[in-house]
Design a protein around this ligand. Structure first.
Ligand SMILES: CSC[C@H]1O[C@H](OP(=O)(O)O)[C@H](O)[C@@H]1O
Length: 365
Protein backbone atom coordinates (compact mmCIF):
# COMPACT_ATOMS: atom_id res chain seq x y z
CA UNK A 1 0.00 0.00 0.00
CA UNK A 2 1.44 3.34 -1.02
CA UNK A 3 1.14 5.84 1.81
CA UNK A 4 -0.75 8.92 0.68
CA UNK A 5 -2.31 11.24 3.27
CA UNK A 6 -6.06 10.66 3.83
CA UNK A 7 -7.09 14.02 2.41
CA UNK A 8 -4.99 13.53 -0.70
CA UNK A 9 -6.08 9.91 -1.06
CA UNK A 10 -9.71 11.03 -1.29
CA UNK A 11 -8.72 13.69 -3.81
CA UNK A 12 -6.73 11.24 -5.92
CA UNK A 13 -9.52 8.67 -5.86
CA UNK A 14 -11.73 11.25 -7.49
CA UNK A 15 -9.21 12.57 -9.96
CA UNK A 16 -6.39 10.07 -10.44
CA UNK A 17 -5.91 8.78 -13.91
CA UNK A 18 -2.22 7.87 -13.80
CA UNK A 19 -2.85 4.18 -13.81
CA UNK A 20 -0.91 1.10 -14.82
CA UNK A 21 -2.99 -2.05 -15.27
CA UNK A 22 -5.95 -0.18 -13.74
CA UNK A 23 -3.98 0.54 -10.53
CA UNK A 24 -2.97 4.03 -9.48
CA UNK A 25 0.78 4.39 -9.02
CA UNK A 26 3.07 7.16 -8.04
CA UNK A 27 6.56 7.09 -9.55
CA UNK A 28 8.09 6.95 -6.07
CA UNK A 29 6.73 6.25 -2.58
CA UNK A 30 7.85 5.01 0.83
CA UNK A 31 6.46 2.07 2.76
CA UNK A 32 7.85 1.91 6.30
CA UNK A 33 11.42 2.95 5.58
CA UNK A 34 11.71 1.21 2.20
CA UNK A 35 11.53 3.43 -0.85
CA UNK A 36 9.69 2.04 -3.87
CA UNK A 37 10.36 3.35 -7.36
CA UNK A 38 9.04 2.50 -10.79
CA UNK A 39 12.07 1.08 -12.66
CA UNK A 40 12.14 3.53 -15.57
CA UNK A 41 15.16 1.98 -17.28
CA UNK A 42 13.03 -1.07 -18.12
CA UNK A 43 10.07 0.87 -19.51
CA UNK A 44 8.26 0.56 -21.86
CA UNK A 45 9.17 -3.09 -22.12
CA UNK A 46 8.79 -4.18 -18.49
CA UNK A 47 6.88 -2.65 -15.58
CA UNK A 48 8.81 -3.38 -12.41
CA UNK A 49 9.16 -1.82 -8.97
CA UNK A 50 12.63 -1.28 -7.51
CA UNK A 51 12.81 -1.49 -3.72
CA UNK A 52 15.43 0.53 -1.87
CA UNK A 53 15.70 -0.49 1.81
CA UNK A 54 18.62 1.83 2.62
CA UNK A 55 19.26 5.45 1.71
CA UNK A 56 22.29 4.42 -0.34
CA UNK A 57 20.02 2.15 -2.44
CA UNK A 58 17.80 5.15 -3.15
CA UNK A 59 20.90 7.13 -4.12
CA UNK A 60 21.84 4.35 -6.53
CA UNK A 61 18.34 4.51 -8.05
CA UNK A 62 18.76 8.25 -8.68
CA UNK A 63 22.30 7.89 -10.05
CA UNK A 64 21.45 5.05 -12.43
CA UNK A 65 18.21 6.69 -13.53
CA UNK A 66 15.94 3.95 -12.22
CA UNK A 67 14.07 7.10 -11.30
CA UNK A 68 14.58 10.32 -13.22
CA UNK A 69 12.88 13.60 -13.98
CA UNK A 70 13.22 16.61 -11.70
CA UNK A 71 10.10 16.01 -9.57
CA UNK A 72 10.63 12.26 -9.16
CA UNK A 73 14.28 12.85 -8.25
CA UNK A 74 13.13 15.42 -5.68
CA UNK A 75 10.69 12.91 -4.18
CA UNK A 76 13.26 10.12 -4.10
CA UNK A 77 15.89 12.42 -2.55
CA UNK A 78 13.42 13.54 0.14
CA UNK A 79 12.70 9.92 1.06
CA UNK A 80 16.43 9.06 0.97
CA UNK A 81 17.13 11.82 3.49
CA UNK A 82 14.35 10.48 5.74
CA UNK A 83 15.71 6.92 5.40
CA UNK A 84 19.14 8.20 6.39
CA UNK A 85 17.67 9.80 9.53
CA UNK A 86 16.28 6.43 10.65
CA UNK A 87 19.58 4.70 9.83
CA UNK A 88 21.43 7.40 11.77
CA UNK A 89 19.86 6.21 15.04
CA UNK A 90 22.49 3.46 15.12
CA UNK A 91 25.38 5.91 14.59
CA UNK A 92 26.57 9.38 15.57
CA UNK A 93 23.24 10.95 14.49
CA UNK A 94 24.37 14.38 13.28
CA UNK A 95 27.55 13.09 11.62
CA UNK A 96 25.55 10.41 9.78
CA UNK A 97 22.83 12.71 8.44
CA UNK A 98 25.44 15.29 7.37
CA UNK A 99 27.32 12.67 5.34
CA UNK A 100 24.05 11.30 3.95
CA UNK A 101 23.01 14.77 2.82
CA UNK A 102 26.28 15.15 0.88
CA UNK A 103 25.92 11.67 -0.63
CA UNK A 104 22.35 12.33 -1.78
CA UNK A 105 23.28 15.74 -3.20
CA UNK A 106 26.11 14.13 -5.18
CA UNK A 107 23.80 11.77 -7.07
CA UNK A 108 22.83 14.20 -9.86
CA UNK A 109 23.84 17.85 -10.14
CA UNK A 110 21.31 19.66 -12.35
CA UNK A 111 17.73 19.17 -11.11
CA UNK A 112 17.08 21.76 -8.40
CA UNK A 113 14.21 19.78 -6.85
CA UNK A 114 16.78 17.37 -5.43
CA UNK A 115 18.58 20.11 -3.47
CA UNK A 116 15.31 21.79 -2.48
CA UNK A 117 13.98 18.52 -1.01
CA UNK A 118 17.17 17.44 0.72
CA UNK A 119 17.56 20.81 2.43
CA UNK A 120 13.99 20.74 3.77
CA UNK A 121 14.12 17.12 4.97
CA UNK A 122 17.61 17.60 6.48
CA UNK A 123 16.28 20.53 8.54
CA UNK A 124 13.42 18.34 9.78
CA UNK A 125 15.84 15.46 10.48
CA UNK A 126 17.66 17.73 12.95
CA UNK A 127 14.52 17.30 15.10
CA UNK A 128 13.89 13.58 14.63
CA UNK A 129 13.68 10.82 12.00
CA UNK A 130 9.88 10.91 12.35
CA UNK A 131 9.84 14.64 11.54
CA UNK A 132 12.06 13.96 8.50
CA UNK A 133 9.69 11.30 7.20
CA UNK A 134 6.69 13.57 7.70
CA UNK A 135 8.41 16.37 5.76
CA UNK A 136 9.45 14.00 2.95
CA UNK A 137 5.87 12.76 2.59
CA UNK A 138 4.56 16.35 2.56
CA UNK A 139 7.01 17.26 -0.20
CA UNK A 140 6.00 14.23 -2.27
CA UNK A 141 2.30 15.08 -1.85
CA UNK A 142 3.00 18.72 -2.74
CA UNK A 143 4.83 17.66 -5.89
CA UNK A 144 1.88 15.53 -7.00
CA UNK A 145 -0.58 18.34 -6.26
CA UNK A 146 1.63 20.82 -8.16
CA UNK A 147 1.48 18.62 -11.25
CA UNK A 148 -2.32 18.60 -11.15
CA UNK A 149 -2.46 22.40 -10.78
CA UNK A 150 0.06 22.88 -13.62
CA UNK A 151 -2.26 20.74 -15.74
CA UNK A 152 -5.23 22.99 -14.98
CA UNK A 153 -3.34 26.21 -15.76
CA UNK A 154 -1.65 24.70 -18.79
CA UNK A 155 -4.97 23.55 -20.20
CA UNK A 156 -5.84 27.24 -20.68
CA UNK A 157 -3.16 27.69 -23.34
CA UNK A 158 -4.31 24.68 -25.36
CA UNK A 159 -6.88 25.21 -28.12
CA UNK A 160 -9.13 22.41 -29.29
CA UNK A 161 -7.24 20.04 -31.65
CA UNK A 162 -3.89 21.67 -30.76
CA UNK A 163 -0.74 19.90 -31.89
CA UNK A 164 1.87 19.92 -29.14
CA UNK A 165 5.58 19.17 -29.38
CA UNK A 166 7.30 17.94 -26.22
CA UNK A 167 10.90 17.01 -25.53
CA UNK A 168 12.16 14.27 -23.19
CA UNK A 169 9.70 12.99 -20.60
CA UNK A 170 8.08 15.42 -18.22
CA UNK A 171 5.01 13.34 -17.58
CA UNK A 172 3.90 11.62 -14.38
CA UNK A 173 6.94 9.32 -14.37
CA UNK A 174 9.18 12.38 -14.11
CA UNK A 175 7.17 13.65 -11.14
CA UNK A 176 5.70 12.03 -8.09
CA UNK A 177 2.42 12.06 -10.07
CA UNK A 178 0.66 13.90 -12.94
CA UNK A 179 3.77 15.42 -14.49
CA UNK A 180 4.51 18.89 -15.71
CA UNK A 181 4.68 19.14 -19.53
CA UNK A 182 2.15 16.37 -20.09
CA UNK A 183 -0.22 17.45 -17.32
CA UNK A 184 -1.90 20.16 -19.49
CA UNK A 185 -2.39 17.58 -22.23
CA UNK A 186 -3.98 15.14 -19.77
CA UNK A 187 -6.34 17.79 -18.45
CA UNK A 188 -7.19 19.12 -21.93
CA UNK A 189 -7.99 15.67 -23.25
CA UNK A 190 -10.11 14.91 -20.19
CA UNK A 191 -12.10 17.96 -21.26
CA UNK A 192 -12.45 16.55 -24.80
CA UNK A 193 -10.01 18.88 -26.57
CA UNK A 194 -8.47 16.16 -28.75
CA UNK A 195 -4.84 17.20 -28.38
CA UNK A 196 -2.19 15.50 -30.52
CA UNK A 197 1.36 15.16 -29.16
CA UNK A 198 4.62 14.88 -31.08
CA UNK A 199 7.16 13.22 -28.76
CA UNK A 200 10.79 13.96 -29.56
CA UNK A 201 12.73 10.72 -29.35
CA UNK A 202 15.31 12.46 -27.06
CA UNK A 203 18.58 10.67 -27.59
CA UNK A 204 20.66 9.35 -26.04
CA UNK A 205 18.39 7.78 -23.39
CA UNK A 206 15.25 8.13 -25.49
CA UNK A 207 12.97 9.31 -22.67
CA UNK A 208 10.56 10.66 -25.32
CA UNK A 209 10.39 7.53 -27.44
CA UNK A 210 10.20 5.22 -24.45
CA UNK A 211 8.57 7.01 -21.51
CA UNK A 212 6.48 9.85 -22.99
CA UNK A 213 5.15 7.50 -25.66
CA UNK A 214 4.36 4.85 -23.01
CA UNK A 215 2.48 7.36 -20.87
CA UNK A 216 0.51 8.77 -23.80
CA UNK A 217 -0.31 5.30 -25.09
CA UNK A 218 -1.55 4.25 -21.63
CA UNK A 219 -3.74 7.33 -21.41
CA UNK A 220 -5.10 6.81 -24.95
CA UNK A 221 -3.75 10.16 -26.18
CA UNK A 222 -3.10 10.46 -29.93
CA UNK A 223 0.63 10.89 -30.50
CA UNK A 224 3.60 10.14 -32.71
CA UNK A 225 7.27 9.70 -31.88
CA UNK A 226 9.55 11.80 -34.05
CA UNK A 227 13.31 11.61 -34.56
CA UNK A 228 15.12 14.37 -32.72
CA UNK A 229 16.11 16.07 -35.93
CA UNK A 230 12.55 16.22 -37.33
CA UNK A 231 11.07 18.92 -35.10
CA UNK A 232 12.21 22.05 -36.97
CA UNK A 233 10.88 20.71 -40.26
CA UNK A 234 7.49 19.96 -38.67
CA UNK A 235 7.41 23.53 -37.33
CA UNK A 236 8.27 24.88 -40.79
CA UNK A 237 5.38 22.88 -42.27
CA UNK A 238 2.81 24.22 -39.79
CA UNK A 239 2.38 20.91 -37.96
CA UNK A 240 3.10 22.24 -34.45
CA UNK A 241 0.98 24.80 -32.59
CA UNK A 242 2.82 24.92 -29.28
CA UNK A 243 5.95 23.55 -27.64
CA UNK A 244 5.71 22.43 -23.97
CA UNK A 245 8.59 21.00 -21.94
CA UNK A 246 9.53 20.45 -18.32
CA UNK A 247 12.52 22.00 -16.57
CA UNK A 248 15.30 20.71 -14.38
CA UNK A 249 16.33 24.07 -12.98
CA UNK A 250 15.13 27.61 -13.61
CA UNK A 251 17.43 30.51 -12.77
CA UNK A 252 16.18 33.70 -11.10
CA UNK A 253 16.12 35.50 -14.49
CA UNK A 254 13.95 32.83 -16.16
CA UNK A 255 16.67 30.93 -18.05
CA UNK A 256 15.76 27.24 -18.17
CA UNK A 257 17.92 24.12 -17.94
CA UNK A 258 16.20 21.13 -19.49
CA UNK A 259 17.10 17.97 -21.38
CA UNK A 260 19.75 18.40 -24.06
CA UNK A 261 18.06 19.36 -27.32
CA UNK A 262 15.52 21.72 -25.73
CA UNK A 263 17.56 24.77 -26.76
CA UNK A 264 17.54 23.95 -30.47
CA UNK A 265 13.78 23.31 -30.38
CA UNK A 266 13.28 26.66 -28.63
CA UNK A 267 15.36 28.47 -31.27
CA UNK A 268 13.36 26.86 -34.06
CA UNK A 269 10.07 27.70 -32.30
CA UNK A 270 11.10 31.37 -31.99
CA UNK A 271 12.06 31.47 -35.68
CA UNK A 272 8.68 30.09 -36.74
CA UNK A 273 6.67 32.17 -34.22
CA UNK A 274 5.48 29.14 -32.23
CA UNK A 275 4.92 29.65 -28.48
CA UNK A 276 7.25 27.74 -26.16
CA UNK A 277 5.97 27.09 -22.63
CA UNK A 278 8.03 25.65 -19.80
CA UNK A 279 6.19 23.83 -17.02
CA UNK A 280 7.62 23.54 -13.53
CA UNK A 281 6.66 23.64 -9.87
CA UNK A 282 8.18 26.37 -7.72
CA UNK A 283 10.59 23.77 -6.28
CA UNK A 284 12.42 23.82 -9.65
CA UNK A 285 13.24 27.53 -9.39
CA UNK A 286 16.66 28.24 -7.94
CA UNK A 287 16.38 31.76 -6.50
CA UNK A 288 20.10 31.89 -5.70
CA UNK A 289 21.22 31.44 -9.28
CA UNK A 290 21.10 34.76 -11.13
CA UNK A 291 21.25 33.29 -14.63
CA UNK A 292 21.22 30.03 -16.54
CA UNK A 293 24.88 30.05 -17.57
CA UNK A 294 25.68 29.34 -13.91
CA UNK A 295 23.69 26.08 -13.87
CA UNK A 296 25.82 22.95 -13.47
CA UNK A 297 25.25 20.72 -16.48
CA UNK A 298 25.63 17.02 -15.85
CA UNK A 299 28.08 15.17 -18.08
CA UNK A 300 26.97 11.57 -18.37
CA UNK A 301 28.83 8.45 -19.42
CA UNK A 302 29.59 8.22 -23.14
CA UNK A 303 28.19 4.67 -23.21
CA UNK A 304 24.70 6.19 -23.15
CA UNK A 305 25.45 7.49 -26.65
CA UNK A 306 27.14 4.29 -27.85
CA UNK A 307 24.62 1.69 -26.64
CA UNK A 308 20.87 1.13 -26.50
CA UNK A 309 18.77 -1.55 -24.82
CA UNK A 310 15.54 -3.06 -26.11
CA UNK A 311 13.81 -6.38 -26.72
CA UNK A 312 15.12 -8.76 -29.37
CA UNK A 313 12.92 -11.04 -31.49
CA UNK A 314 12.52 -13.38 -28.49
CA UNK A 315 11.40 -10.49 -26.30
CA UNK A 316 14.59 -10.63 -24.22
CA UNK A 317 16.18 -7.30 -23.35
CA UNK A 318 19.44 -6.88 -25.21
CA UNK A 319 22.02 -4.11 -25.34
CA UNK A 320 23.53 -3.32 -28.72
CA UNK A 321 26.19 -0.89 -29.89
CA UNK A 322 24.99 1.88 -32.22
CA UNK A 323 28.21 3.75 -32.93
CA UNK A 324 31.60 3.22 -34.50
CA UNK A 325 33.79 1.11 -32.17
CA UNK A 326 36.85 3.15 -31.27
CA UNK A 327 35.12 6.55 -31.52
CA UNK A 328 34.56 8.62 -28.41
CA UNK A 329 31.30 10.39 -27.62
CA UNK A 330 30.47 13.34 -25.43
CA UNK A 331 27.24 13.34 -23.49
CA UNK A 332 26.06 16.58 -21.84
CA UNK A 333 22.66 15.75 -20.33
CA UNK A 334 21.10 19.24 -20.32
CA UNK A 335 21.22 22.60 -22.07
CA UNK A 336 20.15 26.08 -21.05
CA UNK A 337 17.46 27.96 -22.96
CA UNK A 338 17.67 31.74 -22.47
CA UNK A 339 14.52 33.30 -21.02
CA UNK A 340 14.11 35.37 -24.21
CA UNK A 341 13.08 32.19 -26.06
CA UNK A 342 10.47 31.19 -23.47
CA UNK A 343 6.87 32.41 -23.86
CA UNK A 344 5.81 31.61 -20.30
CA UNK A 345 6.42 29.39 -17.29
CA UNK A 346 3.41 27.37 -16.18
CA UNK A 347 3.57 26.77 -12.42
CA UNK A 348 1.16 25.49 -9.77
CA UNK A 349 0.45 29.14 -8.89
CA UNK A 350 -0.27 30.35 -12.41
CA UNK A 351 1.48 31.23 -15.65
CA UNK A 352 4.23 33.82 -15.39
CA UNK A 353 6.56 35.65 -17.75
CA UNK A 354 10.12 34.35 -17.66
CA UNK A 355 11.82 37.30 -15.99
CA UNK A 356 13.33 38.24 -12.64
CA UNK A 357 10.43 40.41 -11.49
CA UNK A 358 7.71 37.84 -12.23
CA UNK A 359 9.77 35.07 -10.62
CA UNK A 360 10.42 37.04 -7.45
CA UNK A 361 6.68 37.89 -7.15
CA UNK A 362 5.84 34.20 -7.68
CA UNK A 363 8.26 33.08 -4.97
CA UNK A 364 6.63 35.44 -2.46
CA UNK A 365 3.10 34.08 -3.14
C1 LIG B 1 10.16 17.38 -14.48
S1 LIG B 1 10.87 16.72 -15.82
C2 LIG B 1 12.34 17.56 -16.20
C3 LIG B 1 13.19 16.76 -16.94
O1 LIG B 1 13.90 15.68 -16.36
C4 LIG B 1 14.55 15.08 -17.42
O2 LIG B 1 15.89 14.75 -17.24
P1 LIG B 1 16.40 13.28 -16.84
O3 LIG B 1 15.60 12.28 -17.60
O4 LIG B 1 17.86 13.30 -17.24
O5 LIG B 1 16.24 13.19 -15.35
C5 LIG B 1 14.32 15.98 -18.59
O6 LIG B 1 15.18 17.06 -18.70
C6 LIG B 1 12.94 16.40 -18.35
O7 LIG B 1 12.45 17.37 -19.19
Amino acid sequence: MKPVSDKLRAYFLLTAFMKVNKQHYRSVWIDGTTVHLIEQNLLPFKFQIYKAPKYTDTCKAIKTMITRGAGAIGGAAAFAMAQAAFEAKLHDYIEFIKTARKTIEATRPTAYDLFYSVEAVYAAALNSPEAALKKAQELADANAAAGKAIGEYGNEILDKNAKVLTHCNAGWLAFVDYGSALAPVYVANEKGKNIFVYADETRPRSQGARLTAWELHNQGIPHAIIADNAAASLMQNGKIDVLITGADRIAANGDVANKIGTLEKAIAAKYYGIPFYVTAPISTIDPNLPEGTKITIEDRNEDEVHYATGPNANNELQTIRLTNPGSHAINPAFDVTPAALVTGIITEKGIIEPNEKAISVLLKK
